[in-house]
Design a protein around this ligand. Structure first.
Ligand code: ADP
Ligand code: MG
Length: 357
């Protein structure tokens, strides 16, 4: 078992709790993404796994051993930071090989290992340059190379792509995913970027204010968010939330906001107990469908993005965003007909915010 296990981990700074009872099993070979807004405790958690920050309480096991009290270099982990933290006076070759030299590896072995990593990351032509002669993306590759060369049990990444421009970030994302598939090593990866989390992770852990909100597959985090926080943090444009009641109208189900009704088509039978009580309806833009069986709504604004368009509409006394294809033209002020897809919506308890469907 080469995974990581956190048991009841807590962290306080001057008595103020920032991590609260974190229990987490990270399977061997997982690409686990810690996702959450700035300040929620992602770096703190990663630094505690790395041994750069002591825990206040609890235990950290890596590869089946209790490593809670061990120094970073005794934990068989390698870390890549957002700031690449390269040695400015050393060549790329020396930057990558430095950790091995410190461990007393023989020079020919270091050379061989650095060449392999250079090939893997396609930076062979850069090996004799200094960091200042590299672009941001190239520097990030060197920082990754420095982690890979050590062949650790677990890789820890703290927002490694945040300093790159959008195009490079997308390219590096693909490379990281390939690298993980090729090496099969456990990766714990911190980001506040939900797209990175959704594309890279085999498992996503959503954090808010030092607590785990959901630990699930990327698909479930998106399709079945555990609570309103997860639902609103993942997905862009964000999920629409409407307060009101699900009510029956003959064979149909409507969502009654008090200021109007939105038809909910195909609500599953097991949701029957949610009728006639105050709830919050959560509908992603793609769960709102322009359909003649819907109710009257007014177009406020259409935003075409190329492959699809987001249409802001006023319905049932609220404003919502619906996603649709690029073909139809929506003029501001036009009347349309809209409904919610009951098979895909979420329903939340209005007080606790927990998902109840
Ligand atoms: P994230 O990486 O998710 O943005 P951090 O782990 O850096 O969040 O921080 C989590 C919380 O802990 C924040 O409220 C931050 O202000 C606090 N914090 C982090 N490091 C320290 C420190 N050295 N001293 C006091 N508070 C800290
Ligand atoms: Mg951070």
């Amino acid at each position: 078992m080469n995974g990581v296990e956190l048991r009841g981990v807590t962290k306080a700074y001057s008595g103020l709790a920032v991590m609260k009872d974190i229990n987490l099993e990270i399977e061997d070979g997982a690409f686990l993404v810690l996702l959450g807004p700035s300040g929620c405790g992602k770096s703190t958690l990663l630094n505690m796994i790395a041994g750069l920050e002591p825990v206040t309480g609890g235990e950290i096991h890596i590869a089946g051993r209790d490593m809670t009290k061990l120094e970073p270099d005794e934990r068989d982990i390698a870390m890549v930071f957002q700031s690449y933290a390269l040695y400015p006076t050393m060549s790329v070759r020396k930057n990558i090989g430095f950790g091995l030299k410190m461990r007393g590896m023989a020079r020919p072995d270091i050379e061989r290992r650095v060449s392999e990593i250079g090939e893997l990351l396609q930076i062979t032509p850069l090996l004799d340059r200094k960091p200042s002669q590299l672009s941001g993306g190239q520097q990030q590759r060197v920082a990754i190379g420095r982690a890979l060369v050590r062949d650790p049990v677990v890789f820890l990444f703290d927002e490694p792509l945040s300093n790159l421009d959008a195009k490079l970030r997308a390219d590096m994302r693909v490379e990281l995913k390939r690298l993980h598939e090729r090496l099969g090593r456990t990766i714990v990866y911190v980001t506040h970027d939900q797209i990175e989390a959704m594309t890279l992770a085999t498992r996503v852990v959503v954090l808010e204010q030092g607590r785990i909100q959901q630990n699930d597959t990327p698909e479930n985090v998106y399709r079945r968010p555990a609570n309103r926080f997860v639902a609103s943090f993942v997905g862009a444009p964000t999920m629409n939330f409407l307060d009101g009641k699900l009510v029956r109208d003959g064979d149909a189900v409507l969502f009654d906001t008090g200021a109007g009704c939105l038809p909910v088509a195909g609500l599953p039978d097991h949701a029957a107990h949610l009728l006639d009580r105050p709830v919050t309806l959560g509908a992603r833009p793609e769960h709102l469908v322009f359909d003649d069986a819907g109710c009257a709504a007014k177009v406020l604004l259409a935003e075409p993005t190329g492959p699809d368009q987001y249409v802001r509409v006023a319905v049932a006394g609220a404003e919502v965003t619906a996603r649709t294809g690029p073909e139809q033209v929506f003029r501001s002020g036009a009347s349309v007909s809209i409904l919610a897809d009951g098979a895909r919506i979420s329903v939340f308890d209005p007080d606790s915010g927990q998902a109840i469907l």
